[in-house]
Design a protein around this ligand. Structure first.
Ligand SMILES: Cc1cc2nc3c(=O)[nH]c(=O)nc-3n(C[C@H](O)[C@H](O)[C@H](O)COP(=O)(O)O)c2cc1C
Length: 382
């Protein structure tokens, strides 16, 4: 199987599985507890069907949408995900360049492996920084300051990861911090020499936004485990997020809003957008799928805040369904992460290109010339 044999997310997933050491593949592919929410995120789109109109004169289609003050050439953007240089040695550089090629937004994680400064200096496509809020307000503010200096356009505060989810696949493979690899995992690293060669012959792995942040009184940089156990602020509340938004002063989103009550509070604190998301099923298993929850949120606050549907998107038709319910854009992680892991920038470009083509083809088949023409009228729930 080669990259040119990949036509959809599942194909990229299979190729990634073949090319990567198992512990890393399962870190991307896995989710919390029994992974019920993870599966439901995609299955939810099968709850309804598209009802096309025909003969609409669809020779030219406008796929653009505007979110967080940014015009995107397509209504899907790349969600922020951690540790990308572990998946492929080009990591965020590959993902950002692919996003730029398609004129869409690139989300960079607080746990990214390329710095805010470098992405700001090299990438002109809209950039969203995903902020985890730290116990040390100085660290949180310094990340925001770097985003301002680097010309980031938008900030998203992730609110659904106040503690880490229970990812049992990682416990089994030993992909924990610190690593506790068992003999099968070690064998898997040994049997993927290309990955290992690339990993060890490129710039050393680092958490770029944290590498200068040292444990108090020492010169030891923090690890991911310390980060989640000690550095993230579990006392985070609405007032604190409102303060952060004020300090940022630009377009900002809350990532991981699921309830209507919280969506209303997000409006109250002046959010530009809410990202309806359960972190790709990686946090609270048994929580509802974003698409299942979307209509209620759109009905409550859709005229006051932009709504982004995140998670489970594997097909152009999934994007069309979410937009028909009232989302302004969709975002996703694994839809590009498998491709990154399988084939770097070429892979991500192929994955986004195929998704873009699907969205365009599906719009034409729906008889819709622009995103604004999609609505609930073209959706029927079973
Ligand atoms: C490997 C991986 C790492 C992730 N890291 C982060 C992160 O650092 N911050 C964050 O807010 N979300 C993170 N997410 C969640 C994504 O931003 C997004 O919400 C999720 O992937 C959507 O589900 P999907 O993968 O089905 O598209 C991560 C997801 C994956 C798969």
């Amino acid at each position: 199987m080669r990259l040119t044999d990949c036509y959809n997310t599942e194909d990229f997933r299979k190729l990634a599985k073949r090319r990567m050491p198992a512990p890393i593949f399962h870190y991307i592919d896995g989710a919390a507890d029994d992974e019920v929410t993870y599966r439901r995120n995609t299955q939810a789109f099968e709850r309804c069907d598209l009802v096309p109109n025909v003969l609409a004169g669809v020779e030219s289609i406008d796929l653009s949408t505007t979110v967080l003050g940014q015009k995107l050439a397509m209504p899907f953007f790349l969600s922020p995900t951690a540790l990308q240089r572990l998946f492929h040695h080009d990591g965020e550089r590959a993902v950002a360049a692919a996003a730029e090629k398609f004129g869409t937004m690139f989300g960079i994680s607080s746990l990214a492996t390329v710095s805010i400064q470098e992405i700001g200096a090299t990438i002109s496509t809209p950039k969203l920084f995903q902020l985890y809020v730290h116990t040390d307000p100085g660290l949180t503010r310094s990340m925001i300051d770097r985003c301002k200096q680097a010309g980031f356009e938008a900030l998203a505060v992730t609110v659904d990861a106040i503690v880490g989810g229970n990812r049992e696949r990682d416990l089994r493979t030993g992909f924990t911090m610190p690593m506790r690899l068992n003999w099968r995992s070690l064998l898997s690293f040994a049997s993927h020499p290309r990955w290992a060669f690339n990993y060890f012959t490129h710039e050393p792995f680092e958490l770029s936004q944290l590498k200068d942040y040292v444990k108090a009184g020492t010169n030891v940089a923090v690890s991911v485990s310390e980060y989640f156990t000690g550095l993230l602020d579990q006392s985070l509340n609405w007032a604190a997020v409102e303060e952060i938004a004020k300090y940022w002063g630009g377009p900002f989103a809350l990532k991981g809003i699921m309830s209507v009550a919280d969506a209303r509070r997000a409006v109250d604190i002046g959010a530009t957008a809410i990202i309806v998301s359960n972190h790709g099923g990686r946090q609270l298993d048994g929580s509802r799928a974003p698409f299942d929850q979307l209509a209620e949120i759109v009905d409550a606050v859709g005229d006051k805040v932009e709504i982004i549907c995140d998670g489970g998107i594997r097909r152009g038709t999934h994007v069309l369904k979410a937009l028909s319910v009232g989302a302004k854009a969709c975002s996703g992680g694994r839809a590009y992460l498998y491709a990154l892991a399988a084939a770097g920038q070429h892979g991500v470009e192929r994955a986004i290109g195929l998704l873009r083509d699907e969205i365009e083809r599906d719009m034409k088949l729906m008889g819709c010339r622009s995103i604004a023409e999609l609505g609930r009228h073209n959706l029927k729930f079973r």
